[in-house]
Ligand binder design. Structure first.
Ligand code: AMP
Ligand code: ZN
Ligand code: FE
Ligand code: FE
Length: 286
């Protein structure tokens, strides 16, 4: 069976591998297609697509936008972004500016707690333009303040950590409209990672569908088989397509393999064919 991975991060955001390395590794892993879906940036897409053409691996231009809700972050995937992302760029630029301000606040909070970390050191670790807490976590690990990334989040960076600072994000409706307006196929990422009542998730899906939501990510490293089934049922009920991917981050999340997640993930090429057929029916390019 031909396998794909429609959710991957590169060092354009908080993944560890460059876009071309990511595509190379996908090719070596025998995958037939991947979508590059960095957080709040499209910067890695040109490089990834070029490497894909070189190696004969299908690369889908994507991104993952963070949005807020009463139950924490809701992530929205856009697949098949156009070459011209002018409308998206200004919004992403604003989000990244907020990230940068927030990172400086977190560094100050860490300093006030007696941890000697500098903003410049953070920028050195983060090679891409979308800088966030995983980079801060690496910095704290490198400096020996915490044994590992998990401890960095538990003690300092997570929502219960001592240096926590929330992130300004879009409303889910805004994220969906923005991507849908560009002609992307818009999916709700890892819905079962949102810690919310089932009824609330269903209402969210129903509402976002009005704004152009067209898919939900049923297959994901953090989804159990029960989660997958629940997502498939929701997709059936609301006439949404299915997507799936590992959420690969390279060595930032070392246990998650391209295309395979923690080992059990399998996203068949047939799922991509269905998505393409759906886009064709919507007169959208693939
Ligand atoms: P940011 O966008 O800067 O708020 O960072 C969010 C990212 O941090 C998520 O995509 C996760 O990859 C990572 N993250 C959040 N919470 C944790 C945690 N408890 N342990 C490890 N990584 C986390
Ligand atoms: Zn990430
Ligand atoms: Fe996500
Ligand atoms: Fe992701």
């Amino acid at each position: 069976m031909d396998l794909i991975d429609l959710h991957t991060h590169t060092n354009a955001s908080d993944g560890a591998d460059s876009p071309s390395e990511t595509v190379r590794k996908a090719s070596q892993a025998g995958l037939k297609a991947i979508a590059v879906t960095d957080h709040d940036t499209v910067l890695g897409l040109t490089e990834a697509s070029a490497e894909g053409r070189e190696l004969g691996l299908e690369v889908i231009r994507g991104c993952e936008l963070s949005a807020r809700s009463q139950y924490g972050e809701v992530h929205i995937l856009g697949l098949w972004l156009p070459e011209d992302t002018t409308n998206l760029d200004s919004v992403l630029e604003e989000l990244r500016e907020h990230r940068n301000n927030r990172n400086q606040i977190i560094v100050s909070k860490l300093n006030a707690l007696g941890l000697e970390v500098k903003y410049d050191e953070l920028l050195e670790i983060a090679q891409g333009e979308s800088v966030g807490r995983p980079h801060l976590a690496s910095l704290l690990v490198n400096k020996g303040y915490v044994p590992d990334v998990k401890a960095a989040f538990d003690r300092y960076l997570g929502s219960k950590g001592k240096a926590y600072e929330p992130k300004k994000t879009l409303e889910p409706e805004q994220a969906v409209s923005l991507l849908s307006g560009l002609g992307a196929t818009v999916g709700l990422a890892h819905p079962k990672m949102i810690r919310c009542p089932d009824s609330w998730l269903e209402e969210l899906i129903e509402k976002l569908k009005e704004y152009g939501l067209d898919a939900i990510e049923a297959y994901h490293s953090e989804h159990s088989s029960a989660d997958e089934r629940a997502c498939v049922e929701l997709a059936d009920k609301y006439d949404l397509a299915l997507t799936g991917g590992s959420d690969y981050h390279g060595k930032t999340k070392p246990d998650i393999a391209l295309g395979r997640g923690y080992g059990g993930l399998r996203v068949p090429y047939a799922l991509l064919e269905k998505l393409k057929a759906r886009r064709a029916a919507q007169n959208l390019p693939v």
